[in-house]
Design a binder for this molecule. Structure first.
Ligand code: NAD
Ligand code: UD1
Length: 333
């Protein structure tokens, strides 16, 4: 199939493109490189051993977006492009609504115009807000607590409405839990700009000696060891979930949302220990107070994805840590 991938040069998009090429799809990346490097495209091609096309396009530029899509004539679109930092979204909400919501509207408009009816959208577990119970099934109330989460929920709803209006349309929203890991080649991975907000890239920086220590945000949570528990999912498992979702869009019209997580939780302390054994490095830490907005535990109920997508996470915590370390140690200081 011809598949257009918005944001395909980014962290999750790049790994997904490798898998798409591996499955013999023809891939076009549309990216403005606001949060990724142009070199990523060559890395993706090198890992896959196959070429792919790239168009430097901003989703804001509807004319250029339309021209590019028209020329490539994709049979399906995987839509990763967007902004994703919760803290930044609180400071610059309009940027988030513009890029994430208006950008998605532009994409859906142009897909509709060229008659492309299959979409896979990057949503987030953040659409659930504060979990009322764990594990979280897709039927859990949707109540995002920040503008980033609002944009994800809005786009999910826009896609649902489009599905109601267009009988041939088929869409899947994937609600990612906590993506971590890197491609086993060590050639692509997560490279946050500035100080990482998320645990795994911060731990990797500490192990690499770039930051002196990790701050653990609270050890008095209601969890077995008192530190926060999350459902970490290897980015390569996430990539294969997209392939399964694309296949599902080929089975017929309709719009669905799936959790993409492992259903297994790890605490901050377990992550530190696993990273120490995966890297052979020490990860010094101190414990501080809780981070505002944090919760004790988030955990996916991935059973719907297992049933309907015939997909499940297979890579364990040791693999996540080893793969992150291979990528991080290859990049130096
Ligand atoms: P990323 O920032 O690495 O990738 C996003 C890509 O989109 C980048 O290459 C960036 O340059 C591009 N982009 C941004 N704005 C654009 C625009 N206006 N036009 C064209 N391209 C644009 O992020 P990621 O971690 O790979 O996340 C991908 C998607 O998954 C995002 O939509 C994000 O919200 C969602 N998501 C990510 C996580 C996570 O923890 N990484 C969790 C849940 C959901
Ligand atoms: C964050 C985002 C969330 C997003 C998710 C997946 C926030 C508030 N939430 O959530 O919207 O869907 O990532 O990308 O940013 N921790 C430390 N020290 C650190 C960093 C994190 O102790 O320096 C702890 C946290 O308190 C938490 C765990 O590690 O218990 C994971 O944190 P993080 O990686 O930021 O993910 P989430 O909190 O799940």
């Amino acid at each position: 199939m011809r598949i257009a991938v918005t944001g395909g040069a980014g962290y999750i998009g790049s790994h997904t493109c490798v898998e798409l090429l591996g499955a013999d799809h023809e891939v076009l990346i549309l990216d403005n490189f606001a949060n990724s490097e142009r070199d990523m495209v060559a890395e993706i091609a090198a890992i896959a051993g196959k070429p792919l096309d790239t168009a430097e396009v901003d989703l804001d530029d509807r004319a250029a977006l339309g021209r590019t899509l028209e020329q490539f004539a994709p049979e399906a679109v995987v839509h990763f492009a967007g902004l994703k930092a919760v803290g930044e979204a609180m400071e610059k909400p309009l940027d988030y609504y513009r890029v994430n919501v208006t950008g998605s509207l532009n994409l859906l408009d142009e897909m509709t115009r060229i008659g492309c009816e299959r979409l896979v959208f990057s949503s987030s577990a953040t659409v659930y807000g504060m979990p009322e119970h764990v594990p979280i099934p897709e039927t859990h109330p949707l109540a995002p607590t920040n503008p980033y989460g609002q944009t994800k929920l809005m786009v999910e709803r826009i896609i649902e409405d489009l599905g109601r209006a267009r009988p041939a349309f088929s869409g899947v929203s994937l609600r990612y839990f906590n993506p971590v890991g890197a491609h086993p080649s060590g050639r692509i991975g997560e490279a946050p700009r500035g100080v990482p907000n998320n645990l795994m890239p911060f731990v990797a920086d500490v192990a690499a000696g770039v930051r002196p220590q990790l701050t653990v945000y609270g050890d008095d949570w209601d969890t077995p060891d008192g530190t926060g528990v999350r459902d970490y999912i290897h980015v390569m498992d996430l990539a294969t979930a997209h392939l399964a979702a694309i296949d599902l869009t080929g089975e017929g019209p309709g719009v669905r949302a799936f959790n993409v997580g492992s259903g297994r939780g790890y605490s901050v302390m377990e992550m530190i220990r696993a990273f120490e054994s995966g890297s052979g490095r020490e990860v010094p830490y101190t414990v501080s107070g809780r981070r505002p907005g944090d919760v004790a535990i988030t955990l996916a109920d991935p059973s719907l994805a297992e049933r309907r997508l015939n997909w499940r996470a297979t890579r364990d915590l040791a693999t996540m840590c080893e793969d992150v370390w291979r990528w991080r140690s290859g990049r130096g200081g």
